[in-house]
Write a protein that binds this ligand. Structure first.
Ligand code: GRF
Length: 195
């Protein structure tokens, strides 16, 4: 299976996914694509010998369809079987998603369906939740929705800040996403549950 990974920044989730696709793993990375030509994750991908591309979203300000038409070019050229959004911070239209429906995954730093959108760690602390975590789901037209393929759960600790909690969640993201991708690429849709 060919896996394309979309990033916006450091790409730590991308690195975890790439480094997991070795040996008898049914998938291999075929492209790392960013909406920011300066994304430092692009260098990490190139260092691992993976083809990279970038389409800066800023010149398309407001014209989402035009941006996505450009984004599609390297993506379709790479002929991915699976597309993984990994720290990708742009909202994709239903048209774009529909081209990859059923083979596009995303990782979101909350226990979905709680806390869709941004600032998830601060919101969980603010709400006084005992637990928080991250979720991998199939991408559908609705933001941070779609079938859950995996979750990792951890305790919110007294004194946690959004930053300290985010740091602990990120460690779990790096475990969860590769575990989900390995199952997904082998056709197994049973959810991965970590804690
Ligand atoms: C992190 O906040 C992570 O929780 C979310 O995207 C952000 C950057 O991730 N998935 P990455 O290091 O670029 O993978």
């Amino acid at each position: 299976k060919r896996v394309a990974i979309l990033i916006s920044g450091g790409g730590s989730n991308m690195v975890s996914l790439v480094d997991s696709m070795t040996g008898n793993h049914p998938a291999r990375p075929c492209l790392v694509l960013s909406n920011d030509p300066q994304a430092s994750g692009l260098v990490k991908a190139a260092d691992r010998g993976i083809p990279t591309a970038a389409v800066d979203h800023r010149p398309f300000a407001g014209d989402r369809a035009a941006f996505e038409a450009e984004l599609l070019k390297p993506l379709e050229q790479a002929q991915p079987d699976i597309v993984c959004l990994a720290g990708f911070m742009r909202v994709l239209t239903g048209d774009f998603v529909s081209r990859f429906q059923g083979r596009m995954l995303n990782i979101h730093p909350s226990l979905l369906p709680k806390y869709k959108g941004l600032n998830t760690h601060a919101r969980a602390i603010e709400a006084g939740d005992a637990e928080h975590g991250c979720s991998v789901h199939e991408v559908t037209a609705e933001l941070d929705d779609g079938p859950i393929l995996g979750q990792a759960r951890l305790a919110i600790e007294a004194g946690d800040t959004a930053a300290s909690l985010a740091a602990r969640v990120l460690v779990f993201e790096h475990k969860l996403y590769p575990a989900v991708l390995r199952r997904y690429a082998s056709g197994d849709r049973n959810p991965v549950l970590l804690s």
